[in-house]
Design a protein around this ligand. Sequence first.
Ligand code: ATP
Ligand code: MG
Length: 458
Amino acid sequence: MRLTVREIAEAAGGKVLCGNPETICLHLCTDSRTVQEGDLFVPVIGARVDSHEMIKAALEAGASAALTSRHKEMKDSSGKAWIAVEDTVKAMQKIGALCRKKSAVPAVGVTGSVGKTTTREMIAAALSAGKRVFKTAKNLNSQIGVPITLSEIGPEDEVAVLELGIGEPGEMEVIAGISGVNAAVVTNIGVAHIELLGSQDNIYREKMKITAGMKPGDPLFFNGDDPILRAHKESAGFPVILCGTGEDCDYRAEEIVPRQDRVSFMMKYKGKSLPVELSVPGRHNVINALIALAVADYFGIPVECAAEKLKEFRGFAGRLQYSAANGVEILDDTYNASPASMLAGLNVLADMACEGRRIAVLGDMLELGPDTGRYHEEVGEKLAGLKVDLVMTVGELAARIGRTALKAGSGARVMNFKDTEEAKPALLAQVQRGDCVYLKASRGMHLEELVQALEGRC
Ligand code: ATP
Ligand code: MG
């Protein structure tokens, strides 16, 4: 970010307690264990830990300066700078906002209940066909992650793809306010974080705050297959570009051919057709890809070149990652879970060409609020209509998926296990060569241990 201690103090409304105000800080860092030379260390007061206690360690490890909301005065013989602020998180947001203001690059914001990271990566891949792209790293999409992200945009970047996530009401307003995006993508309106936001309508309204800072005429890219988003096409307040499979979509996929580890389709847009092949599986990824290509088209990238680059995207560990081990095909989707993404994954399993049985190992989906039981049952109802031979559920909530599937007429065999440990030997005993196994649950259920067991690693 290349800001002096003086500039940082001014932006954050703080006071330099000690040290040289002309010291230059290069990065924001909130974790004293990963401090690098030249960092500005930002201590965060969490529920259990107050990292103000780590300031000295961070400075010793090479940080040039630190923020603090716990000190009113400080004399540091090492010469390092301490900057007093009211609230360190708000201060880092102001610093992030300053960095964003200083950079002239256009930015695309990506939000949605599921598929943000996947779509962000696809957009970045598509744009890279013609531009130098900056993108959010890892999952730095929160009120702490976004300022860090903004502080990393470099002078040579030509476009920024920013992932914006929301955990609680009011968060989008803050992170969108500092990000100032010039175009926005909404992947879908699901039920993630519904326990905090109340209803899907509230989730829509909250997500639309991503447009804070957009000018009239700036575009919104919507998943055209999402009923809530589609219904707001005319009332969104900005021109909406629909990407999906419906007749009214501006970027439309036809002739979708799903394969084990990839999917291809024909994209229809502006009266033209373009064959597109992805290196990741799943019909939901077709929508993500349409959005990526529509964004690339908007930024003037030749769509054929963008599609070539898109093919290089191979997904990430734990997000519907395909592998084959010991004659068994595995779809590892254990990174996290929500009803929309579990259904998307179950559809991929059902679409797989499979010599043996299609096995779904499904664990609890956590943090879905008071209606969590119903959401699990809804997945069970839809599962009943899919080609799945064996359902192994892990946890009490997931057991409702199995029970409901049976009630709804599923022909699958259903087994339930208390936890991953109990499920492991049963899964290993069940699985045979030729089977296709899909694994999905919230992160807290640790289903990745079952993937490792299947891959013979433990
Ligand atoms: P987080 O809230 O953790 O940041 P995210 O919104 O970034 O999540 P991803 O990490 O991209 O989402 O994907 C999460 C899960 O959703 C994966 O299982 C992925 O396969 C699935 N997924 C991706 N895109 C879609 C989509 N358009 N519809 C439904 N599921 C999707
Ligand atoms: Mg993400």
